[in-house]
Design a binder for this molecule. Structure first.
Ligand SMILES: C[S@@+](CC[C@H](N)C(=O)[O-])C[C@H]1O[C@@H](n2cnc3c(N)ncnc32)[C@H](O)[C@@H]1O
Length: 405
């Protein structure tokens, strides 16, 4: 028999998509924990709008955006592009020859650059010895000092040739980035940029992030790098854009996407929004690992420094600093309480502060007005080549806080 309680419960069950098109390689992406996460949200869910406060890959938007209004936020602008890609409202029949059209515009840029600078032609022959290979890499890296005055759009060929990507791959990145601008007033702009981010990730010779590119110190590493140097941006771009076209369509929800600091985002959030928070938990700043994606989206010719060619204005998160992390959590709990919001917070047992410390902060700030409980799941966390071990067994905590009515 169906009781009234049962009806109320089933009315508020979030249905989620388990297969969200994968776009970027990202440390700490929750794509493999989606079911656990959504099941946990469902335990306290009563029909609220949802805010993904630290969106990252925006996979939660991809998973839920078809059945609930989402506010996706992250301080990094590339995350907004990913969220808008998943949450967009598309009428693809208006863009039937999109992929061919974008590639045609990009091809014009590529041809133009080769015509203006015929000397910039670097071939990765499989017969190269280590010295010859490193000389070709160095010539490309030195393009950072080259004056590209004759060609307006040259950010990637100047800053990144011979680093994460070859000159030719950078040329196509610039070309497709420029082609995307032709669509900047349409919803398909974001899927175009996302497909380019995917192609960049799978052509890069680094291990899934842009903190450091690999050096060819011996024949084996040279041969491995050559595999990546000989990949092409365009087939990856086409494959992802096709997949996005096939997997997205009309979306009737009025979603919001912002690139704000979490404090500002919480300030503008309507009262009672359910907040999912997945802040960084390690001392490494996301902005150092994914600066190249931020630069692709902003395309603002930033000053870059160090071997990794990081933008000098990259964001430093308070969650990644020992002296600021406690304060960062305190502010989060205070603002959650101000909004009378439910909170589902992800954290790791290898994080900057312990679960006990987070629960203590929650207790002090949320006090008797909230029920707070935690749960844990074993999780294999990818280190993206940051450490000797490629992945690590960690415990992923969920701290759930809900106002007592
Ligand atoms: C653990 S990742 C989130 C991963 C995401 N849940 C996913 O599944 O892809 C943490 C994110 O917090 C963002 N971030 C760091 N500091 C922030 C701040 N002060 N305000 C907003 N976002 C911030 C980072 O850019 C990063 O994308």
């Amino acid at each position: 028999m169906t009781t009234k309680e049962n009806i109320i419960e089933t009315e508020h069950v979030l249905d989620f998509k388990s297969k969200v098109p994968h776009i970027i390689k990202y440390m700490g992406s929750k794509s493999s924990l989606l079911k656990y996460l959504v099941d946990s949200i469902n335990e306290i869910y009563e029909g609220e709008n949802i805010c993904d406060l630290f969106g990252g890959t925006s996979v939660l938007s991809g998973s839920l955006g078809h059945n609930v209004t989402i506010h996706s936020n992250d301080i990094q602008e590339y995350s907004a592009v990913l969220a808008k890609t998943y949450l967009g409202n598309y009428n693809w029949s208006e863009f039937e020859s999109l992929i061919d059209d974008v590639i045609m515009i990009a091809q014009r840029h590529v041809d133009n650059v080769y015509q203006l600078y015929p000397e910039l032609n670097f071939q990765y022959d499989t017969e190269l010895d280590l010295n010859e290979f490193n000389a070709i890499e160095q010539q490309q890296q030195d393009l950072i000092y080259f004056d590209f005055e004759d060609i307006e759009h040259h950010l990637f060929i100047k800053n990144y040739s011979g680093t994460y990507w070859s000159f030719e791959q950078c040329l196509w990145i610039d070309a497709l980035r420029i082609a995307a601008e032709e669509y900047s007033e349409t919803p398909v702009y974001n899927p175009i940029l996302s497909s380019l981010m995917f192609a960049m990730a799978y052509n890069a010779q680094s291990t899934g992030h842009y903190a450091q590119y690999r050096n060819a110190n011996n024949i084996a590493s040279m041969k491995d790098i050559i595999i990546y140097r000989n990949k092409e941006i365009v087939p990856y771009f086409k494959k992802k854009l096709n997949e996005l076209i096939e997997s997205t369509g009309h979306n009737r929800f009025n979603h919001t996407v912002t690139s704000l600091d979490y404090r500002e985002c919480l300030d503008i959030l309507p009262k009672g929004t359910l907040v999912y928070a997945d802040p960084p938990y390690a001392f490494v700043h996301y902005s150092r690992f994914y600066h190249a994606l931020e630069t692709l989206i902003r395309y603002d010719y930033p000053e870059v420094l160090h071997k990794g060619r990081y933008r000098t204005d990259r964001h430093q998160s308070p969650f990644c600093k020992r002296t600021e992390v406690v304060g960062a959590f305190e502010i989060m709990f205070e603002k959650i309480k101000e909004k009378n919001s439910k909170l589902v917070l992800s954290y790791s047992n290898s994080g900057m502060i312990s679960l006990k410390k987070i629960l203590d902060i929650a207790q002090i700030i949320l006090g008797s007005e909230y029920d707070v409980f935690s749960k844990a799941v074993d999780y294999t966390h990818s280190t993206m080549g940051r450490s000797e071990d490629k992945s690590r067994e960690v415990k992923e905590y969920l701290i759930i806080a809900k106002p007592i009515k």
